[in-house]
Design a protein around this ligand. Sequence first.
Ligand SMILES: [Zn+2]
Length: 246
Amino acid sequence: MVKKVTENVYLIEHEEAANNVIIIGKKGVVLVDTSLFPEKAKSIAKFVREFTMKNITLVFNTHYHPDHTFGNVVFDVPILAHELTRRKMEQFDSSYFRSLGIEYTEPKLPDVLFEDQFEYEDGLKILFVHGPGHTPDSSYVYIPSESVLITGDTVINDIHPEIVSDSNLNVWMKTLDTMPHAKHVIPGHGDFGSYESIEKMRDYIEKIRKLMNGELNPYELESDPNFINRKHAEMLEWGIKNLMTE
Ligand SMILES: [Zn+2]
């Protein structure tokens, strides 16, 4: 389903799978994340051509996770990402694919890399900023003229966030605290929302942090709307396990 966020920003939503976002510039279109499936990425490229009469000229990966990067293979344009995203993707081997239940194909690695921030201009200014926490390489996109923030998995709406073994809750909190106060926030999964999405995520991560430190009784979460109103409760249990085996 395609949802208009602002004049130049559209969210391509697929239920609970990773979001794809298109930013329509003057000459071309920037695609944020490429999904797990090359076929899906191909259909996005086709949709963009028909809908905007422009081609995708830049692809950006918010982080290395397969549901954000495996569609890279269908694009013959520069792929931008944080330098750690490329380094993590270089480690993908056949056993990694097997663990995901997917047949091995050579992943397409990002070839334009940045460390702290990357600025791109095509009629509108787009900032790509390193914002670790969910993973060490996580980055977000900020478009000041549209007041839009595209967060990758640093912010998740509607479902429980993915806390993985290389997540760092303190660093994650710091990133949420320093993200720009945008009017529209497009998360890595779930529907787009307002700045409140970031506040809710901050509350969620802070409570998990307290839980891990023994400062919060797990029973308190059973009546917390920020927890019970999110789908896939099993993700919470999985996330806590990941933090304990870190
Ligand atoms: Zn992720």
